[in-house]
Ligand binder design. Sequence first.
Ligand code: NDP
Ligand code: AKG
Length: 469
Amino acid sequence: MTQVGIRTQNRWLLFQLGSRDDCCPQNIKAEQLAIWGREEKAELASFMKKDLRIAIAKRAVIVLVGHPGRQSRGTMNALAATNRNFKLASRLLGLDSKLERNDGTLQSYVGFRVQHDNARGPMKGGIRYHPEVDPDEVNALAQLMTWKTAVANIPYGGAKGGIGCNPSELSISELERLTRVFTQKIHDLIGTHTDVPAPDMGTGPQTMAWILDEYSKFHGYSPAVVTGKPIDLGGSLGRDAATGRGVLFATEALLNEHGKSVSGQRFVIQGFGNVGSWAAQLISEKGGKVVAVSDITGAIKNSKGLDIPSLLQHSKEHRGVKGFHGGDPIDPKSILVEDCDVLVPAALGGVINRENANEIKAKFIVEAANHPTDPEADEILKKKGVVILPDIYANSGGVTVSYFEWVQNIQGFMWDEEKVNNELRTYMTKGFKDVKEMCKTHECDLRMGAFTLAVNRVARATVLRGWEA
Ligand SMILES: NC(=O)C1=CN([C@@H]2O[C@H](COP(=O)(O)OP(=O)(O)OC[C@H]3O[C@@H](n4cnc5c(N)ncnc54)[C@H](OP(=O)(O)O)[C@@H]3O)[C@@H](O)[C@H]2O)C=CC1
Ligand SMILES: O=C(O)CCC(=O)C(=O)O
């Protein structure tokens, strides 16, 4: 059973669809949809008249797998109640499809794949494994992907996926089973020319290898269905470091514009996973001083500059930065307000907000994470004169090299790492120039420069493709 969710003005409407063909947005008809509640029906009726037609024409229907239902009125909304009864009945019938943990206990997980827009090409975006994954977050991240691929000027739309789970609590075999089950649920929705997943928080090349393998059981061997794969399975050289390298190129472009260079600047980095650790390594290789970093285990500071290669070694051996002797432990909550020139959030969203924006000492913020700054903080920081390089440009190096990987898979030809890195630099440099041009045209900050650039490109593609009769 597939559930299709359509976001109306302020909430989700969810429909259960009978057959796989129904998943094709063009095939959805009001009569086909099982709708719970009169209110939802009325809302859908008016939505069908206006927005849904547009949503369908834009192929922007959002597909969720196993949405848990949301509480909107009373103690439980109609969907949640129906889902509850469905789950109870399945359990009574022994049909409950829970993941059996290695210790024999059963656990349910909810996964999502949100497809936002494909006006400019196949939808593209990572898959996140994190306890805070929910439909609204995945929806926002999918939309960011549409704008990000447009800023980078690569021929993709936007999508994002995720499973609400804590990957650090799961064994490798549990993660593999979870990934395979998730792939079984979404294999008809993804594809080389429709929607191409990639890694995000909590996932990596191994996750992509499992998705590729499971997908290939249904559709034949298809390496280009995911990017960020291991090199041995058609992954691109340079993809692992690409988001961090893109952050370096973006930071260089920004600092050069202000008459500065990376060398000698003091950096604070929140998050020491794929993006944060590569950014730290590449920034320090360029002479930047990384004075503080944090991850989920803790935070450390050394105002003379942390020895990043030693910290990487420590983090690998101890699964985190905590306990590193080359610096002093600090409160992880204070990492964002540490004294520095450039702050690089490279972990979760919403971490820069009205609670801490006034305390931020950095002159520049380079958004390596997705949506790390909320709108209130944006305004506060603007007034303080802090320059923010927005996520949809700053962290676009990852999806750009994902595009290179996809191109290599389709061509059946592998590039060397130098070519990948040189092409990435070209795209990041052009992206900065394009954003700055929009800032000039619209007399706006870098975030609006990036958004106007992206929205304009997507709008042009949408209009050129036209509306379906
Ligand atoms: N991977 C990619 O190619 C891209 C990623 N991004 C974005 O970059 C960000 C980081 O992703 P990525 O590096 O891939 O993810 P990883 O899972 O590799 O790393 C995430 C890092 O954030 C840390 N972290 C988690 N929660 C907190 C917290 N509350 N405080 C401090 N640190 C925390 C993790 O710590 P620990 O390891 O100890 O759990 C880890 O160091 C995300 O916002 C992602 O969407 C954007 C573009 C592309
Ligand atoms: O590499 C990709 O396709 C997408 C990476 C991603 O999820 C992101 O840029 O946020």
